[in-house]
Design a binder for this molecule. Structure first.
Ligand code: NDP
Length: 281
């Protein structure tokens, strides 16, 4: 396993995404748990979940897996809805998440996306949860550069440890200013949906990807994931409910690109040349 510095800690080059896990029948849920176990047994040390995922089903599945591991060896991230972003509701959501996750703390607790609650109130609530020890740190998700600047200008806003946004070869907007800004401000970045999520709706796989994957003797998914983590400067959190796919994703960590290959990919999936509006899923 390769490790990167994320959230000021040694973190595996990929984490485990969990959207839609735990929503199927018993056999499917068992297969999904096996996939997570396989990942954890092979060096992955971070799991990303949310109260939204299956309205708690994903957190419950993660809790059932994690109880067999040393809690302090893992970083656990969960997220709360924007309509739970007041101090009182944050505490209630957090306690419900911890119960489902069968743990007494989260490493990171994220505002899932920005809603109507003033950010200062949300920060106040999150800082209170840090004081109680129920979370170690907090962060945000689906924030654009203006949101991040506003957040960090507020009291204790600079305690925001991470921002989690969409990032894959077809959605490179964060490369323009969000990622450089976060690096400058020592705020870690998580890129979600490395494969463009389920189906082809969010990511157009051009022939160049298939041809390059074939020439490198890897799968399209391996190429997509290896590309996201090519600079070792951010965390990607692919989701899979299959041990075979988890094996494939782990192997993608070792895939390297030549300068010419990266140039060809840039030509087909250009870097942003001006500030784009934030893409989300
Ligand atoms: P991904 O881009 O990770 O794609 C998941 C899809 O890829 C599934 O259909 C999965 O199927 C398939 N897949 C995974 N590995 C392989 C493989 N090796 N070969 C073939 N198919 C594969 O989508 P997500 O949208 O789930 O994003 C990842 C995670 O990011 C989420 O699970 C969630 O934790 C987080 N996220 C956060 C958001 C936010 O707002 N903060 C928004 C969206 C996602 P299978 O299970 O069968 O392998």
């Amino acid at each position: 396993m390769k490790y990167i510095t994320f959230n000021h800690q040694n973190t595996s080059a990929i984490g485990i995404g969990t959207w839609h896990l735990g929503e199927g029948n018993q056999a499917q849920t068992e297969a999904e748990m096996q996939a997570i176990r396989y990942g954890l047994d092979h060096g992955i040390n971070l799991i990303d979940t949310a109260e939204m995922y299956g309205e708690g089903l994903s957190e419950s599945l993660v809790g059932n897996v994690m109880k067999d591991y040393h809690r302090e060896d893992l970083q656990l991230i969960s997220k709360f809805y924007p309509f739970h972003a007041t101090p009182k509701l944050i505490e209630a959501s957090l306690k419900a998440s911890l119960k489902r996750l069968q743990t007494d703390y989260l490493d990171l607790y994220l505002l899932h996306w920005r809603g109507d609650t003033p950010l200062s109130e949300t920060i106040f609530g999150l800082e209170q949860m840090v004081q109680t020890g129920l979370i170690k740190n907090w962060g945000v998700s689906n924030f654009d550069l203006n949101d991040l600047k506003e957040l960090t200008s507020l009291e204790n806003g600079q305690n925001c440890r991470i921002n989690e946004d969409l990032y894959n070869i077809g959605s490179r907007g964060i490369e323009y200013s969000i990622l450089p800004w976060q690096q400058k401000h020592n705020m870690s970045f998580i890129g979600y949906s490395p494969f463009g999520s389920d189906g082809s709706e969010y990511l157009n796989i051009k022939p160049v990807i298939k041809e390059m994957a074939q020439s490198k003797n890897i799968s399209v998914h391996q190429l997509l994931l290896a590309w996201v983590i090519r600079n070792h400067d951010l965390l990607s959190i692919p989701k899979t409910g299959s041990v075979t796919h988890m094996q494939s994703n782990l192997a993608a960590i070792d895939v390297q690109f030549t300068a010419d290959e990266l140039k060809l990919l840039d030509k087909n999936y250009p870097k942003p040349t001006q500030e784009p509006s934030l893409e989300t899923i």
